[in-house]
Design a protein around this ligand. Sequence first.
Ligand SMILES: Cc1cc2nc3c(=O)[nH]c(=O)nc-3n(C[C@H](O)[C@H](O)[C@H](O)COP(=O)(O)O)c2cc1C
Length: 193
Amino acid sequence: MPTILAVSGSPSPSSFTQEVLGLAARRLRGRGHPVDTLPVRELPPAALLAADTEDPAVRDAVDRLIAADAVLLATPVYKAAYSGLLKAFLDLLPQYALEGKVVMPLASGGSMAHALAVDYGLRPVLASMRPVAITDAVFVPSDAAVRGPDGRREPDPLTRARLDDVTDRFEELLTAVAPAERHAEPAAPRAAA
Ligand SMILES: Cc1cc2nc3c(=O)[nH]c(=O)nc-3n(C[C@H](O)[C@H](O)[C@H](O)COP(=O)(O)O)c2cc1C
């Protein structure tokens, strides 16, 4: 069974982004996929900011990402871009850390004016790490948040339907990509012509 890592790049202890990420993770778990979680805010701040990959917690987080077959990456939109916390983590990763992986970007934000922040800002960064596929991004604006039966904020039905659709596409891609592709070795250098 492919392994999935859900990475939250929100610094907030009561994060709406993490709630949205949790819904996608729950849907995948309901289909029998193990989903591990990585809230970047729980990593030691000094090690994270110093890009100290020898720090055991940072090392473990990087190793878990590299070992995963697929990654959900969630961020709040801050200052019209993805979070600095997420960037600090992405900057620790090896150049092609997403090689062979399927990636689904998710974001929450205050304004639809910044709905494309993930596509313009985060998508090129992810693409540079050579994932096998990146799904459409899911953007959940704050005004699409409603209180769920347990009192927690969750996306309204229309936004939830979009989240579910993209999550299902992520699962399709994950199961369509052969394990050999997911764990592709770096291509051998071509012989000179
Ligand atoms: C420092 C800060 C900057 C923000 N900047 C933006 C922004 O530029 N555009 C936007 O749409 N929302 C912005 N927001 C709103 C957040 O993206 C939104 O409330 C989001 O759901 C917060 O997610 P979180 O609870 O995981 O932190 C900002 C919020 C904060 C705290």
